[in-house]
Design a protein around this ligand. Structure first.
Ligand SMILES: [Mn+2]
Length: 412
């Protein structure tokens, strides 16, 4: 899989070029503890390696392609304190890069300097992020690296490969789709677990904990801070204090996901804490649900997210006019003020080209909502949709969202 992906990249770039991707490094939290490592996703996409102090160099010269992977060298000290590093054998298995082309990260700059000596032509560089290393005396960023390379080799021409890899990442391979399916399956399990426990929970946090239990049980992490927002809290788009006392009369909005082998799900569901959609809540929920379902039906190659969003706005405003919240369609921005969705992949808000038409292999979220502070109601319904040859596949179709389904689930 990774070899194919690199092949796709090689096909996109100019001859006589060197492309450099850096995995990033751990960030120090205090004297001897580090934050959870977050790998650079362009690097991960091309290698499958999820370890700090690693880099990939791709060389295309006279039509020939060469790959060099750098991993951290194992030392006795590292092995004792943090566990053994990846072996050359393991790195080969994950990345499908020849063992003879796997070197150690402490050789990285020497190899680079050797490569660029006396050469001209394009140099691709991934400028996507700026991780710092663990060692205080070895502060190092990609930008610094570029500057050093340029100083030593004024003749080379440095380009940015970010958008080239972005374009590739937007089209998911079958294996990538599989991982996102798995992430969604676990999300569903977690959501069902928390919905089941809604009647006894007293705070947003407590209810969220049933989701977290499912994460631990499946040995996965959330793909972003869970939003557990009841009542008026759900009208704050990125609320994640999640510490309010639950009022059984309220709706609760959960926006959550799973990161499975780096691939993300992103789902929102809104349900009544007492298990019954009553009055205004039922009417408003029905409007958002209609917008969600109609928007999903529109997903196909050649359409843009803007076009889908325009229809969403029409449906939401028609509904809100009917309920008397607004008088004219243009006023809908008071209650719906975000886009209809985004690409999904290694990042929750995955890299993408704004305004581009959808194509086969894209995965996008469809997530209309209504946010009405004066009624203490916030509703969002979000599914993850794969663009296919014939239209779309709703990857999260089995996560319940119909009023009857939610009510009967919560009764049982
Ligand atoms: Mn989303």
């Amino acid at each position: 899989m990774k070899r194919e992906i690199r092949k796709n990249y090689f096909n996109k770039i100019a001859d006589n070029s060197v492309s450099i991707f850096i995995g990033g490094d751990e960030i120090l939290e205090n004297a001897d503890a580090v934050h959870n490592f977050a790998v650079n996703h362009h690097f991960f996409y091309l290698t499958g390696i999820n370890k700090p102090k690693s880099a990939l160099v791709l060389i295309k010269k006279d039509g020939e392609e060469k790959e060099i992977l750098f991993i951290e060298r194992n030392t006795e000290l590292l092995a004792k304190w943090q566990g053994a590093r990846m072996s050359v054998e393991e790195a080969h298995e994950v990345s499908a890069i020849d063992k003879k082309d796997i070197k150690f990260y402490d050789e990285f700059e020497d190899v680079l300097n050797g490569l660029s000596k006396g050469k001209s032509g394009a140099k691709y560089e991934d400028l996507s992020d700026y991780y710092f290393t663990l060692d205080n005396d070895d502060e190092f960023r990609q930008r610094d690296l570029i500057e050093r390379l340029q100083l030593k080799n004024p003749q080379i021409n440095i380009k940015n490969s970010f958008s080239t890899v972005t374009k590739l990442r937007m089209v998911k391979t079958e294996s990538e789709v599989k991982l996102i399916r798995k992430a969604i399956t676990i999300t569903e399990e977690g959501l069902n677990n928390l919905m089941k426990n809604a009647p006894t929970a007293t705070t947003e946090n407590e209810l969220e904990a049933y989701y977290d239990f499912t994460m631990k049980k499946n040995d996965v992490k959330v793909s972003f801070h869970t939003i557990a927002a009841s009542g008026a809290n759900a009208t704050v788009l990125h609320y994640h204090d999640n510490n309010a006392k639950l009022n059984k009369e309220d709706l609760i909005l959960f926006d959550l996901g799973v990161r499975y082998k780096e691939y993300c799900s992103d789902i929102s569901r809104t349900f009544p804490l007492n298990g019954e959609f009553i009055g205004k809540k039922r009417e408003l929920y029905s409007i958002v649900l209609e917008a969600n379902k109609e928007a999903i039906k529109m997903v196909k190659t050649g359409i843009t997210m803007e076009e889908i969003n325009n229809v969403v706005k029409e449906i939401l405003s028609a509904g809100m006019i009917k309920l008397g919240y607004i008088k004219e369609a243009s006023e809908i921005s008071k209650y719906y003020f975000h886009g209809v969705g985004h690409h999904l992949g290694l990042d929750v808000h995955d890299v993408s080209k704004r305004g581009e038409k959808l194509e086969v292999g894209n995965i996008v979220t469809i997530e209309p909502g209504l946010y009405i502070p004066e009624s203490n109601i916030g509703i969002r319904i979000e599914d993850d949709i794969l663009v296919t040859k014939d239209g779309y596949e709703n990857l999260s179709i089995s996560i319940i969202k119909e009023i009857d389904d939610i009510e009967s689930f919560m009764r049982s």
